[in-house]
Design a protein around this ligand. Sequence first.
Ligand code: ADP
Ligand code: MG
Length: 233
Amino acid sequence: MEVKMGYREIIKSAIDAGREVLPEHEAYQICEEFGIVYSPTRFATTRDEAVEAAESLGYPVVLKVVSQAVVHKSDAGGVIVGIASQTEFKEAYDLLFATVKKKVGDVAIDGVLVQKAMPKAAEVVVGGLKDDLFGPVVMFGSGGILVEIFKDVSFRLAPLDRDEAMRQIKETKAYEILKGVRGAPPSDLDALADLIVNAAELLSAIPEIKELDFNPVFAASDGAVVVDARMVI
Ligand code: ADP
Ligand code: MG
């Protein structure tokens, strides 16, 4: 049986190892302790283990590279989405390694994440940082290119309650999309607000975490799910 580490152990072992960024699967373990919902994920270090993980999660799955040398996984060819069968999975696994090698060279790869593919939904960003003056601050905004082009983000001091998180969501242009456009169902705003509250709680509770980035969060009609988690210590 897999023994799960608590967040104190995770942080301590990362500091001892001199790491600045937590491995994504360890970031999810911390999420779990704070009630933050994430896409079911398994970490694997061999091809066989990865295949087994995909089988047990059930297709479709997403495959992601885990390497300290790779920050933006998709830029490095390190994310393959929509894998629908074992045959496709094996091809994707080999392609992932070949592409990462081609794009970033012979870097050390710790393993892969096999993640349940989430149905299409509005993609938003929940983040956080420790401000020198204000302390923990939680951020919410549009996902994808919108966040870069429109700088559509709003900030709050952490911790905060659900009403405040709801006001934070409503301040952004993302809210217009989350209300439901062109026949798309509205997103579950309560779940999204809870996720912001929990992220703020996490930031306030763990002084070692300097930066937090859930990018994206899938704001579905029946829940809000983190599919990429980055924590800087
Ligand atoms: P990066 O390190 O490049 O930010 P991500 O883990 O965010 O890598 O994945 C890149 C993109 O792939 C995401 O923005 C999202 O659109 C899509 N994606 C990632 N994980 C999933 C998933 N579990 N289900 C569906 N789509 C996903
Ligand atoms: Mg991402």
